[in-house]
Design a binder for this molecule. Structure first.
Ligand code: BJW
Ligand code: ZN
Length: 239
Protein backbone atom coordinates (compact mmCIF):
# COMPACT_ATOMS: atom_id res chain seq x y z
CA UNK A 1 0.00 0.00 0.00
CA UNK A 2 1.34 3.42 -0.95
CA UNK A 3 0.16 5.37 2.07
CA UNK A 4 1.17 8.78 0.73
CA UNK A 5 -1.01 8.32 -2.34
CA UNK A 6 -3.87 6.98 -0.19
CA UNK A 7 -3.75 10.06 2.03
CA UNK A 8 -3.53 12.26 -1.07
CA UNK A 9 -6.81 10.64 -2.22
CA UNK A 10 -8.35 11.22 1.22
CA UNK A 11 -7.35 14.89 1.03
CA UNK A 12 -9.01 15.27 -2.36
CA UNK A 13 -12.23 13.92 -0.84
CA UNK A 14 -11.93 16.14 2.28
CA UNK A 15 -13.11 19.73 1.83
CA UNK A 16 -12.32 20.72 5.43
CA UNK A 17 -8.73 20.05 6.47
CA UNK A 18 -7.37 20.86 9.91
CA UNK A 19 -3.67 20.62 10.69
CA UNK A 20 -2.55 20.31 14.31
CA UNK A 21 1.14 21.19 14.29
CA UNK A 22 3.97 20.89 16.79
CA UNK A 23 7.67 21.66 17.06
CA UNK A 24 8.63 18.97 14.49
CA UNK A 25 6.88 21.09 11.85
CA UNK A 26 9.58 23.76 12.24
CA UNK A 27 12.52 21.41 12.85
CA UNK A 28 13.56 21.56 9.20
CA UNK A 29 13.65 25.34 9.51
CA UNK A 30 16.42 24.82 12.08
CA UNK A 31 14.29 25.54 15.16
CA UNK A 32 14.91 23.00 17.94
CA UNK A 33 12.03 20.81 19.16
CA UNK A 34 11.38 20.35 22.88
CA UNK A 35 11.78 16.64 23.46
CA UNK A 36 13.91 15.38 20.55
CA UNK A 37 17.58 14.31 20.74
CA UNK A 38 18.71 17.92 20.40
CA UNK A 39 15.47 19.16 21.96
CA UNK A 40 15.27 22.22 24.18
CA UNK A 41 14.29 20.16 27.24
CA UNK A 42 17.51 18.10 26.96
CA UNK A 43 19.52 21.17 27.89
CA UNK A 44 17.01 23.19 29.88
CA UNK A 45 14.58 22.22 32.61
CA UNK A 46 11.00 23.24 31.73
CA UNK A 47 10.31 23.91 35.41
CA UNK A 48 13.04 26.59 35.28
CA UNK A 49 11.82 28.27 32.09
CA UNK A 50 8.26 27.53 31.05
CA UNK A 51 6.17 27.97 34.18
CA UNK A 52 4.71 31.08 35.83
CA UNK A 53 6.64 30.14 39.00
CA UNK A 54 9.94 30.15 37.10
CA UNK A 55 9.13 33.60 35.72
CA UNK A 56 8.25 34.91 39.18
CA UNK A 57 11.52 33.50 40.56
CA UNK A 58 13.76 34.84 37.82
CA UNK A 59 12.19 36.86 35.00
CA UNK A 60 15.58 37.81 33.53
CA UNK A 61 16.68 34.19 33.05
CA UNK A 62 13.35 33.29 31.44
CA UNK A 63 13.50 36.36 29.19
CA UNK A 64 17.08 35.56 28.14
CA UNK A 65 15.92 32.12 26.99
CA UNK A 66 13.00 33.59 25.03
CA UNK A 67 15.19 36.33 23.59
CA UNK A 68 17.68 33.69 22.37
CA UNK A 69 14.82 31.77 20.74
CA UNK A 70 13.45 34.98 19.15
CA UNK A 71 16.85 35.45 17.48
CA UNK A 72 16.86 31.85 16.18
CA UNK A 73 13.33 32.12 14.83
CA UNK A 74 13.86 35.55 13.25
CA UNK A 75 16.80 34.10 11.31
CA UNK A 76 14.80 31.03 10.21
CA UNK A 77 12.60 30.62 7.14
CA UNK A 78 9.44 28.56 6.69
CA UNK A 79 10.26 25.14 5.22
CA UNK A 80 8.58 23.23 2.35
CA UNK A 81 6.11 21.73 4.85
CA UNK A 82 4.84 25.17 5.89
CA UNK A 83 4.57 26.21 2.24
CA UNK A 84 2.70 23.00 1.31
CA UNK A 85 0.03 23.68 3.97
CA UNK A 86 -0.33 27.24 2.70
CA UNK A 87 -0.63 25.93 -0.87
CA UNK A 88 -3.37 23.48 0.19
CA UNK A 89 -5.65 26.50 0.68
CA UNK A 90 -5.95 26.67 -3.12
CA UNK A 91 -8.03 23.47 -3.12
CA UNK A 92 -9.32 22.88 0.42
CA UNK A 93 -10.66 24.84 3.36
CA UNK A 94 -7.65 24.70 5.70
CA UNK A 95 -7.28 25.78 9.31
CA UNK A 96 -4.08 25.32 11.22
CA UNK A 97 -4.04 24.80 14.97
CA UNK A 98 -0.43 25.36 15.96
CA UNK A 99 1.24 24.65 19.27
CA UNK A 100 4.23 26.53 17.89
CA UNK A 101 4.90 30.10 18.93
CA UNK A 102 7.17 30.91 15.96
CA UNK A 103 4.66 32.39 13.49
CA UNK A 104 6.14 30.46 10.55
CA UNK A 105 2.75 29.27 9.21
CA UNK A 106 1.66 32.86 8.73
CA UNK A 107 5.01 33.78 7.19
CA UNK A 108 4.50 30.91 4.71
CA UNK A 109 1.12 32.38 3.69
CA UNK A 110 -1.43 30.34 5.66
CA UNK A 111 -4.39 32.54 6.49
CA UNK A 112 -6.33 30.60 9.17
CA UNK A 113 -3.89 29.97 12.00
CA UNK A 114 -4.90 29.45 15.63
CA UNK A 115 -1.93 29.77 17.98
CA UNK A 116 -3.05 27.77 21.00
CA UNK A 117 0.20 28.28 22.94
CA UNK A 118 0.47 31.95 22.03
CA UNK A 119 3.22 33.74 20.14
CA UNK A 120 6.85 34.50 20.92
CA UNK A 121 6.30 37.79 19.04
CA UNK A 122 3.80 39.10 21.60
CA UNK A 123 4.39 40.52 25.05
CA UNK A 124 1.83 40.87 27.82
CA UNK A 125 2.02 43.13 30.85
CA UNK A 126 1.95 41.22 34.14
CA UNK A 127 0.06 44.11 35.73
CA UNK A 128 -2.26 45.89 33.26
CA UNK A 129 -2.56 42.99 30.77
CA UNK A 130 -1.65 45.23 27.81
CA UNK A 131 -0.74 42.89 24.96
CA UNK A 132 1.57 44.06 22.21
CA UNK A 133 3.18 42.75 19.12
CA UNK A 134 6.97 43.13 19.09
CA UNK A 135 8.73 41.76 16.03
CA UNK A 136 12.28 42.80 16.88
CA UNK A 137 14.58 39.75 16.92
CA UNK A 138 16.02 40.93 20.23
CA UNK A 139 14.52 43.13 22.92
CA UNK A 140 16.58 46.12 23.99
CA UNK A 141 16.43 45.61 27.75
CA UNK A 142 15.80 42.40 29.67
CA UNK A 143 13.44 42.04 31.33
CA UNK A 144 11.31 44.49 29.31
CA UNK A 145 8.91 46.83 31.11
CA UNK A 146 5.42 48.03 30.16
CA UNK A 147 5.32 51.44 28.46
CA UNK A 148 1.93 52.14 30.07
CA UNK A 149 2.43 51.18 33.70
CA UNK A 150 6.13 50.43 34.07
CA UNK A 151 5.58 46.88 35.33
CA UNK A 152 7.16 43.70 34.04
CA UNK A 153 6.24 42.36 30.59
CA UNK A 154 6.09 38.58 30.02
CA UNK A 155 6.28 36.54 26.83
CA UNK A 156 2.84 36.10 25.22
CA UNK A 157 3.02 32.31 25.41
CA UNK A 158 1.23 29.63 27.43
CA UNK A 159 3.30 27.98 30.16
CA UNK A 160 2.68 24.72 32.04
CA UNK A 161 -0.18 25.07 34.48
CA UNK A 162 -1.73 27.98 32.55
CA UNK A 163 -4.99 27.85 30.70
CA UNK A 164 -4.98 28.13 26.94
CA UNK A 165 -6.53 31.36 25.58
CA UNK A 166 -10.23 30.47 25.85
CA UNK A 167 -11.20 31.79 22.40
CA UNK A 168 -8.35 29.93 20.71
CA UNK A 169 -9.29 26.72 22.49
CA UNK A 170 -12.99 27.04 21.66
CA UNK A 171 -12.19 27.78 18.00
CA UNK A 172 -9.91 24.71 17.93
CA UNK A 173 -12.56 22.38 19.33
CA UNK A 174 -15.08 23.78 16.86
CA UNK A 175 -12.62 23.34 13.97
CA UNK A 176 -11.73 19.71 14.68
CA UNK A 177 -15.38 18.88 15.36
CA UNK A 178 -16.31 19.86 11.82
CA UNK A 179 -13.18 18.58 10.07
CA UNK A 180 -13.19 15.95 7.34
CA UNK A 181 -9.54 15.19 7.96
CA UNK A 182 -7.11 16.11 10.73
CA UNK A 183 -3.38 16.11 9.95
CA UNK A 184 -1.32 15.79 13.14
CA UNK A 185 2.14 17.01 12.25
CA UNK A 186 5.41 16.96 14.21
CA UNK A 187 4.04 16.74 17.72
CA UNK A 188 4.87 14.22 20.45
CA UNK A 189 1.22 14.43 21.52
CA UNK A 190 1.97 14.42 25.21
CA UNK A 191 1.00 17.97 26.08
CA UNK A 192 -2.63 18.57 27.02
CA UNK A 193 -5.17 19.84 26.22
CA UNK A 194 -3.70 20.10 22.67
CA UNK A 195 -3.46 16.29 22.39
CA UNK A 196 -7.14 16.02 23.34
CA UNK A 197 -8.04 17.52 19.95
CA UNK A 198 -7.24 14.15 18.34
CA UNK A 199 -9.94 12.10 20.12
CA UNK A 200 -12.35 15.04 19.75
CA UNK A 201 -11.82 14.97 15.96
CA UNK A 202 -12.11 11.19 15.80
CA UNK A 203 -15.31 11.12 17.85
CA UNK A 204 -16.78 13.74 15.51
CA UNK A 205 -16.01 11.53 12.50
CA UNK A 206 -12.81 12.98 11.03
CA UNK A 207 -10.10 10.83 9.51
CA UNK A 208 -6.85 11.40 11.39
CA UNK A 209 -3.42 11.18 9.74
CA UNK A 210 -0.20 11.61 11.66
CA UNK A 211 3.03 12.83 10.05
CA UNK A 212 6.08 12.34 12.22
CA UNK A 213 9.61 10.92 12.23
CA UNK A 214 8.46 8.25 14.69
CA UNK A 215 5.40 6.72 16.36
CA UNK A 216 4.00 8.91 19.16
CA UNK A 217 1.59 8.83 22.09
CA UNK A 218 -1.18 9.49 19.56
CA UNK A 219 -0.33 6.80 17.00
CA UNK A 220 -2.77 4.21 18.36
CA UNK A 221 -5.65 6.65 17.77
CA UNK A 222 -4.94 7.62 14.16
CA UNK A 223 -6.08 6.14 10.84
CA UNK A 224 -2.64 6.38 9.24
CA UNK A 225 0.88 7.35 10.24
CA UNK A 226 3.22 8.68 7.57
CA UNK A 227 6.75 8.30 8.89
CA UNK A 228 9.28 10.86 7.70
CA UNK A 229 10.11 14.55 7.77
CA UNK A 230 7.04 16.75 7.34
CA UNK A 231 9.04 19.04 5.03
CA UNK A 232 9.27 16.14 2.60
CA UNK A 233 5.92 14.40 3.12
CA UNK A 234 3.60 17.44 3.01
CA UNK A 235 4.77 18.64 -0.44
CA UNK A 236 4.09 15.11 -1.76
CA UNK A 237 0.58 15.16 -0.31
CA UNK A 238 -0.25 18.54 -1.79
CA UNK A 239 1.31 17.96 -5.23
C1 BJW B 1 9.27 15.70 13.39
C2 BJW B 1 10.36 16.28 12.71
C3 BJW B 1 10.22 16.47 11.31
C4 BJW B 1 10.88 16.14 14.78
N1 BJW B 1 9.06 16.10 10.71
N2 BJW B 1 8.15 15.34 12.77
C5 BJW B 1 0.17 16.24 35.01
C6 BJW B 1 0.89 17.06 35.88
C7 BJW B 1 0.97 18.44 35.66
C8 BJW B 1 0.36 19.00 34.58
C9 BJW B 1 -0.34 18.17 33.74
C10 BJW B 1 -0.45 16.81 33.95
N3 BJW B 1 -1.20 16.29 32.95
C11 BJW B 1 -1.53 17.28 32.12
C12 BJW B 1 -1.02 18.43 32.61
C13 BJW B 1 -1.13 19.73 32.06
C14 BJW B 1 0.05 20.13 31.20
C15 BJW B 1 0.62 18.95 30.41
O1 BJW B 1 0.14 18.59 29.35
N4 BJW B 1 1.66 18.30 30.91
C16 BJW B 1 2.20 17.09 30.29
C17 BJW B 1 3.62 17.36 29.80
C18 BJW B 1 2.13 15.98 31.27
N5 BJW B 1 -0.55 21.10 30.33
C19 BJW B 1 -0.66 22.36 30.67
O2 BJW B 1 -0.23 22.78 31.72
C20 BJW B 1 -1.43 23.22 29.71
N6 BJW B 1 -2.40 23.95 30.43
C21 BJW B 1 -3.41 23.37 31.07
O3 BJW B 1 -3.56 22.15 31.03
O4 BJW B 1 -4.23 24.22 31.72
C22 BJW B 1 -5.14 23.66 32.66
C23 BJW B 1 -4.40 23.52 33.96
C24 BJW B 1 -4.32 24.63 34.78
C25 BJW B 1 -3.64 24.50 36.01
C26 BJW B 1 -3.01 23.30 36.35
C27 BJW B 1 -3.07 22.21 35.49
C28 BJW B 1 -3.77 22.32 34.28
C29 BJW B 1 -0.49 24.23 29.06
C30 BJW B 1 0.54 23.59 28.22
C31 BJW B 1 1.48 24.65 27.70
C32 BJW B 1 2.66 24.05 26.95
N7 BJW B 1 3.65 25.06 26.76
C33 BJW B 1 4.80 24.77 25.93
C34 BJW B 1 5.71 26.02 25.92
C35 BJW B 1 5.04 27.07 25.01
C36 BJW B 1 5.84 28.31 24.89
C37 BJW B 1 7.19 28.06 24.29
O5 BJW B 1 7.33 27.66 23.12
O6 BJW B 1 8.15 28.34 25.01
O7 BJW B 1 4.40 24.42 24.62
S1 BJW B 1 5.70 23.30 26.48
C38 BJW B 1 6.06 22.74 24.85
O8 BJW B 1 5.37 21.50 24.58
C39 BJW B 1 5.47 23.77 23.91
C40 BJW B 1 4.93 22.91 22.82
O9 BJW B 1 3.95 23.63 22.09
C41 BJW B 1 4.39 21.74 23.56
C42 BJW B 1 4.21 20.50 22.72
O10 BJW B 1 5.44 20.02 22.24
P1 BJW B 1 5.53 19.49 20.75
O11 BJW B 1 5.22 20.56 19.81
O12 BJW B 1 4.73 18.24 20.63
O13 BJW B 1 7.10 19.21 20.61
P2 BJW B 1 7.95 17.92 21.03
O14 BJW B 1 9.37 18.33 21.08
O15 BJW B 1 7.40 17.27 22.23
O16 BJW B 1 7.73 16.89 19.84
C43 BJW B 1 8.27 17.11 18.56
C44 BJW B 1 7.79 15.99 17.65
O17 BJW B 1 8.19 16.30 16.33
C45 BJW B 1 8.39 14.63 18.00
O18 BJW B 1 7.35 13.66 18.00
C46 BJW B 1 9.37 14.37 16.85
O19 BJW B 1 9.46 12.98 16.51
C47 BJW B 1 8.74 15.15 15.73
N8 BJW B 1 9.63 15.63 14.68
N9 BJW B 1 11.35 16.53 13.59
C48 BJW B 1 8.05 15.54 11.45
N10 BJW B 1 11.19 17.00 10.57
ZN1 ZN C 1 1.27 47.49 32.00
Amino acid sequence: MNEVSDVRDWLRASPRVIALTGAGMSAESGIPTFRGLDGLWRNYNPQDLATPEAFERNPTVVWEWYDWRRGLIAAAEPNPGHYALAQLEATNHVSIISQNVDGLHTRAGSTHVIEIHGSIWRTRCTSCDRTQSNLKPHLTTLPPLCEDCGQLLRPGVVWFGENLPPMAWEASVEAVSTADILLVIGTSGIVYPAAQLVPIAKDAGAKVVEINLEATALSSQVDATLLGPSGQILPKLVQ
